[in-house]
Design a protein around this ligand. Structure first.
Ligand code: FMN
Length: 366
């Protein structure tokens, strides 16, 4: 019996199956971050394609955290009306949709911030973008915390089924959690408990705005994969603390821009190389009572089924495979065994592309 197509209730959201579209930036909002018709068309095709839950590309909560061009914005009430059109389109196709909230922190492309330096907990050079961020003042920190809460309230007004805090991949929340990027010695850093304070306050600000029953998820690094970075034991304790505070689900990921092991890895040639966060997800699943979502390199139906059957995660997330085939879940259901995606990361060269898309499509043999 297949588990992948079984329904699942995630904090009250009734999902048709166990497949999730992991947050994937599309470069399809307009230059001011408003939802466009093209974005709606894409989300409609994802919902029609059968995925149980769609997590949006990262949506910006505060202008100081703009990391990439044409991402969805939610830092102002102005955005709500068009976001509502997006949720309406998904719900009309019986889909479910969660908005991912982000502040880019230390990893904002220089062209995104004009003459401003990126903001981060501490002044730790970022080698891929070749920028040194400016440590945030106390006032700036509280301002961004409030912005997360405000954004969550807007998401609720725009009829999203829930929100996901982007706590992974080297953006601001991860910057505060990670001993590699947080060198502060005040309330916001210095030891594990204090490094957690920023996320704790963000979580509380969100709950204050949306109440106790609105689904709140997080994407968290199991590890940063840099020397002195966040490692799995601390990450498990972070997740446990969040569970105690009332978190509903965790998506287990890893890696930051400068790490050798990335969140989206290449050279996945065998089924054994798929699901590269499986061991980590399994540990979260064992230690937590909330929903655990696994992401990272999953392309085969058999691999996804095995993870569910062996109890290493509750839900299976896909990003790159759905860029190439938004209807992959339906295809799996109809008997397809493996995604066409080859994890080449051509889609990641978005600064050179007009939008995020599969660069293999249209090539000979594809
Ligand atoms: C083009 C692209 C955009 C992405 N955008 C986001 C994002 O906005 N938020 C996020 O948490 N992860 C983002 N990711 C990471 C994916 O959600 C996922 O964690 C990673 O690609 C591994 O999963 P996969 O092997 O199924 O692609 C992105 C990945 C790609 C390839």
């Amino acid at each position: 019996m297949s588990m992948l197509f079984e329904p699942f209730t995630l904090a009250g959201i009734e999902l048709d199956n166990r497949m999730v579209r992991s947050a994937t930036y599309e470069k399809l909002a307009d230059v001011d971050g408003f939802v466009t018709e093209e974005l709606i068309v894409l989300y409609r095709s994802l919902a029609k394609g059968g995925v149980g839950l769609i997590i949006t590309g990262n949506a910006l909560v505060h202008v100081s955290g703009r990391s990439v061009p044409q991402a969805i914005c939610i830092h102002n009430d102005f955005y709500i009306d068009k976001l509502k059109k997006l949720t309406y389109a998904v719900h009309k196709k019986s889909g479910k949709i969660v908005l991912q909230l982000v502040h880019g922190g230390r990893q904002c492309f220089p062209s995104m911030l004009g003459a401003e330096q990126p903001l981060a907990p501490s002044e730790v050079y970022e080698p891929t973008l070749k920028m040194t961020p400016r440590p945030m003042t106390d006032e700036e920190i509280w301002g961004v915390i409030e912005a997360f809460g405000d954004a969550a309230r807007r998401a609720m007004y725009a009829d999203f089924d829930g929100i996901q805090i982007h706590g992974a991949h080297g953006y601001l929340v991860n910057n505060f959690l990670s001993p590699h990027t947080n060198k502060r010695t005040d309330y916001w850093g210095g030891d594990e408990e204090r490094r957690f304070h920023f996320l704790e306050e963000v979580f509380k600000a969100i709950r204050k705005e949306v109440g106790d029953h609105y689904p709140v998820l997080i994407k968290l690094n199991s590890a940063d994969f840099v020397a002195g970075g966040l490692a799995i034991d601390e990450s498990l304790r972070i997740a446990k603390r969040l569970e105690d505070l009332g978190l509903d689900a965790i998506e287990v990921s890893g890696g930051i821009y400068e790490s050798e092991l990335k969140s989206a890895r290449t050279n996945i040639k065998t089924v054994e190389q798929e699901a590269y966060f499986r061991e980590a997800a399994s540990r979260f699943k064992k230690e937590l009572n909330i929903t655990v979502i696994i992401v990272g390199g999953i392309r085969s139906k058999a691999v996804a089924e095995k993870i569910l059957k062996e109890g290493d995660a509750d839900l299976i997330s896909f990003s790159r495979p759905l860029i190439r085939e938004p209807d992959l879940p339906n295809k799996f259901k109809e008997g397809k065994e493996k995604a066409d995606c080859i994890s080449c990361n051509g889609c990641m060269r978005f600064m050179k592309l007009d939008m995020v898309k599969c660069t293999q499509l249209g090539k000979e043999g594809n």
